[in-house]
Design a protein around this ligand. Structure first.
Ligand code: NAD
Length: 352
């Protein structure tokens, strides 16, 4: 397989940093350019083991900045994996605007630039010379489908019915990515993955939040009755799915990615409490999130049967390793819990 030069956006975040490391380890001949704005969620410490590799470059930049994005593409990118996003639902309820500018307009800037540097005719002399065809992978979420009742699973052909500003911004991005394929024949794929867990996740998300609060003996906020169901997938399995789509995805196709691990939020909280030997008295039920989706469940038959991907982690093993990782890396948590995060957390849970 020819060597690739991949632009990864949002590669200093949770999933992006795991993806950058997977690709650099698995394909040492590939080059990665990681573009990240380093918002509160971006952390270069996640990448310290690869930062000196000659085939890895980091550029601090905003995906909404056309000029710099154009400049980066002009250095012969052949694939884009777009992780960059505002990703936290609670924040999208408080301040939706940045979700629209980054998640929608930022994606459109990347698409426009990919279109500019992609040549329709693969036999074009310019394309042959520079191998300069740009493949665009949009990393999306199962949340774009909305909420399920007790039965059924999300399949790729379902209509998008997002319920939060976050999921609406991701659904909008999916639509514009699809449109660039239909209108301009840009080679794209969209992946829609369920909830991820694993190392390097920012501690505003359920699993690291509960681990961190348990370790500090702080109350464990649980929305509503805690019976919201999510399908959980280890971040490494999500990254291997994106790897499969990058190399084998059929242009224009959407692939669902999930772990077949449906768990209620309260089950996750109790599992962490038990593993850490803490008391369930720490649980504090708080007013439910507005528009809170009740259940997500994802059918991954398409990626499994067509691209040969399957998850490798059992939920039990993945959670055991994840909890151990956070126990070993308390300094990592301490270093990233910025003033911004503390203020946001206090504001969100001031009702406790
Ligand atoms: P994250 O919040 O941990 O990381 C997002 C990264 O994007 C950060 O490094 C941030 O600095 C960067 N970023 C934000 N705005 C930017 C901008 N304007 N320009 C450049 N960089 C910017 O998010 P994550 O959990 O790693 O999620 C990554 C992607 O995967 C997102 O697109 C998200 O919608 C999607 N996703 C996440 C999950 C999940 O469970 N976490 C599940 C499915 C899909």
């Amino acid at each position: 397989m020819a060597s690739k030069k991949i632009l990864v956006t949002g590669g200093a975040g949770f999933i992006g940093s795991n993806f950058v490391k997977l690709i650099l380890n698995k394909y040492p001949e590939y080059k990665i350019i990681n573009v990240d704005l380093l918002t509160y969620a971006g952390n270069l410490e996640n990448l310290k083991e690869v930062c000196n590799k000659p085939n890895y470059t980091f550029i601090k930049a905003d995906i909404r900045d056309r000029e710099i994005i154009d400049h980066i593409f002009s250095r012969y990118i052949d694939s884009v994996v777009n992780f960059a996003a505002e990703s936290h639902v609670d924040r999208s309820i408080e301040e939706p605007e940045v979700f629209l500018t980054t998640n929608v307009i930022g994606t459109q800037v990347l698409l426009d630039t990919a279109k500019k540097y992609w040549k329709i005719n693969p036999n074009d002399k310019y394309c042959k010379e520079y191998k300069h065809g740009v493949k665009f992978i949009q990393v999306s979420t199962d949340e774009v489908y909305g909420s399920l009742g007790a039965e059924g699973m999300f399949v790729e052909t379902m209509p998008l019915m997002p319920n939060s500003p976050y999921s609406a911004s991701k659904a909008s991005a999916d639509m514009i990515v699809r449109a660039y394929h239909k209108t301009y024949s840009l080679p794209i794929n969209i992946t829609r993955c369920s909830n991820n867990y694993g190392p390097y996740q920012f501690p505003e998300k359920l699993i690291p939040l509960i681990i961190n609060n348990c370790l500090k003996g702080k109350e464990l906020p649980v929305y509503g009755d805690g019976m919201q169901i999510r399908d959980w997938l280890h971040v490494s399995d999500h990254c291997s799915a994106i790897d499969a789509v990058l190399h084998k995805g059929v242009d224009g196709e959407v692939y669902n990615v999930g772990g077949n691990n449906e768990k209620a939020n309260i089950e996750i909280v109790k599992l962490i409490i038990k593993t850490l030997g803490k008391s369930e008295d720490l649980i504090k039920y708080v007013k439910d999130r507005p528009g809170h989706d009740r259940r997500y469940a994802i059918d991954s038959t398409k990626i499994t049967s067509q691209l040969g991907w399957k998850p490798t982690y059992s939920f039990e093993q993945g959670m055991k390793e994840t909890i151990e990782w956070y126990l070993k890396n308390t300094d990592w948590i301490k270093n990233i819990v910025s003033g911004d995060y503390v203020n946001f957390f206090d504001k969100m849970y001031s009702r406790i």
